[in-house]
Ligand binder design. Structure first.
Ligand SMILES: [Zn+2]
Ligand SMILES: [Zn+2]
Length: 177
């Protein structure tokens, strides 16, 4: 677990969602949160061929700037992210590390149906945030579909899995019930 989640929005157009994200983390993880402004060069990690952004490189940039932050650093972006072995990612995290990134790009219902649904966006965003933070807390993927640590490679799987950690994962990560 962590005592503090530093939230770093990077060129995020949906800033309306931030207070709700912050409040949800405070309530569910019983930790503090703080916004930080990290001067990362998002455009520098863009692949012109893929028209996507290499998330591991953004995490690497953040690593250099966050030594003094004690806690977990969560990058939030709107851009479509990838690593070379996958066509896209919802998020990426350092296992038992300090940094994670979540992209809202493919969590928007507009991406699939053209229809906006802010409630659904928020629900999906929290699942992916808890999922990536879970990796920071040392959790691996969980076979339980009720658990937010279940892997999801398509949006249907994000919607299908549970909203929070299962009992076993909570125990393993030291998260209160
Ligand atoms: Zn994962
Ligand atoms: Zn689990």
């Amino acid at each position: 677990m962590t005592s503090m989640v530093f939230i770093a929005p990077l060129q995020l157009s949906n800033i309306d969602i931030l207070p709700d994200i912050q409040q949800h983390i405070v309530n569910r993880l019983q930790c503090d949160t703080r916004y930080i402004d990290l001067p990362l060069d998002v455009e520098s990690v863009k692949s012109p061929e893929r028209n996507q952004y290499y998330s591991t490189k953004l995490i690497a940039q953040a690593l250099k700037l966050t030594n003094e932050y004690e806690g977990t650093v969560l990058l939030l972006v709107d851009v479509d992210i990838y690593i070379p072995i996958f066509t896209f990612l919802f998020g990426e995290a350092q296992l038992r590390g300090k940094h994670s990134i979540v992209s809202l790009c493919r969590l928007h219902e507009e991406f699939y149906t053209g229809k906006s649904d802010n409630k659904l966006l928020f629900r999906r965003a929290m699942k992916e945030i808890y999922h990536e933070l879970g990796h920071n807390f040392g959790l691996l993927h969980c076979n339980n579909w009720e658990c937010v640590m279940h892997s999801s490679s398509a949006i249907e799987e994000v919607d299908l899995k549970g909203d929070f950690y299962c009992k076993q994962c909570r125990a393993a990560a030291g998260i209160a019930d």
